[in-house]
Design a protein around this ligand. Structure first.
Ligand code: OSB
Ligand code: MG
Length: 371
């Protein structure tokens, strides 16, 4: 198969409420939406980048330029026998994994449509429903936090992740734990702490947390291995696991008890499945993280999270937790058991609301194969 046309759009689409972490605050999605076409079939993907290099080094500016100048032309020249081939096509380009992933996702969707199978099937998914929770941004105060968490529990979410930072960690976590003693609860510092904070982080051990996500630096596996010995709560890596090698290094160093898989951070679905398989063989559970994706990225996440070693609830909430109106016409609804249903139609299953996609598009680029 040869890709004939690639369309790249930077969007801006407001969130229902701002999302604040230890390092940034966003009031809407600035993702790059990718469309690929070949032989009369279309695939859709998403690079869940933002306005700045806060989570990783990428932004919508870098993703668009790398896709337009390098990855797009490489993809248009390639002969693809399977979506896994995209890895090799992009190999010469260092990092820029979200830029790569948006294109790779679209190619997976295209192949799934061409073969008339669901993306979940093509990836090796085994579940019909995936367990999900909600990631709760940093709040103004504890009262606001308790009210926000209560709202999500009323919506039906059965697992809560609290964003934490120095000055907003032990007390808010304690307040939530005291109010809901049996709640599945975890925390995420987004790389704001240092190894010297181990004694402070150890205070979180008393709250029976599922995991403590990426407390230390974004590219640090080494000190996480030291921290893992100093706290009881399982360390989970997010930012640091950007490739199959990084996952292997983390496992060999015992740097974590759990891994958060985000296919955009890892550069695509093929390597994400490889990380999943590696963790399964090592008896390390994984769960599916989130980047506040639009309905397109969300459908891709649900498909990937249907693989068997995704045994902890994912940060894949229903579309309405993020957007009042999304760029898809078939948003996910939360089931009463805190799951989303894995689509079984062709591709990832998201149906694009092209009129609304046009309305939220800020910039659009088209690339075509010569001749
Ligand atoms: O660290 O998991 C994270 C959102 C943007 C960037 C990084 C993270 C997050 C979340 C939100 O926690 C997860 C979601 O609901 O998509
Ligand atoms: Mg995280």
């Amino acid at each position: 198969m040869k890709i004939e046309r690639i369309e790249l759009r930077r969007i801006h689409m407001p969130y229902v409420r701002p999302f604040e972490t230890s390092g940034w605050r966003h009031d809407g999605s600035d993702a790059v939406i990718v469309r690929v076409d070949a032989d009369g079939v279309t695939g859709w993907g998403e690079s869940p980048v933002s306005d700045g290099p806060w989570y990783n080094e990428e932004t919508f500016h870098t993703a668009l330029i790398v896709q337009k100048e390098f990855l797009g032309p490489m993809l248009l020249e390639a002969e693809l026998a399977a979506p896994e081939d995209v890895r090799e096509v992009f190999k010469r380009v260092r990092a820029n994994r979200m830029a790569k992933a948006g294109l790779e996702f679209a190619v997976w969707d295209l192949f799934a449509h061409a073969q008339d199978v669901s993306l979940a099937n093509l990836l090796g998914g085994t579940r019909e429903e995936v367990a999900v929770g909600v990631s709760v941004p940093i709040q103004a105060d504890t009262d606001a936090l308790l009210e926000t968490v209560e709202g999500y529990l009323q919506d039906g979410y059965q697992r809560v992740k609290l964003k934490i930072k120095p000055g907003w960690d032990v007390e808010p976590t304690q307040a939530v734990r005291e109010r809901w003693p049996g709640l599945l609860l975890q925390v995420d510092g987004n790389s704001i702490y240092h190894l010297e904070d181990a004694d402070h982080l150890r205070q979180l051990d008393q709250f029976d947390l599922l995991l403590n996500e990426q407390p230390l630096d974004h590219d640090d596996i080494f000190d996480h291995a030291k921290l893992a010995k100093l706290i009881e709560t399982p360390v989970c890596l997010d930012e640091s696991i950007v490739s199959t090698d990084h996952a292997r290094w983390a496992l060999e160093l015992n740097a974590c008890g759990v891994i958060n898989i985000k296919p955009s951070r890892i550069g695509g679905l093929a390597d994400s499945v490889a990380v999943h398989d590696m963790c399964q063989a090592a008896d390390i559970p994984v769960w599916h993280g989130g980047m506040l994706e639009t309905g397109i990225g969300r459908a891709i996440s649900v498909a990937l999270a249907s693989l068997p070693n995704f045994t902890l609830p994912g940060d894949i909430s229903a579309n309405d937790r993020y957007f009042e109106r999304d760029i898809v016409t078939n948003p996910f609804a939360l089931n009463s058991n805190s799951t989303l249903t894995v689509p079984n139609g062709p591709g990832h299953g998201a149906l694009i609301d092209e009129a609304y996609l046009d309305a939220v598009t800020v910039e659009k680029v088209c690339l075509r194969r010569d001749g």
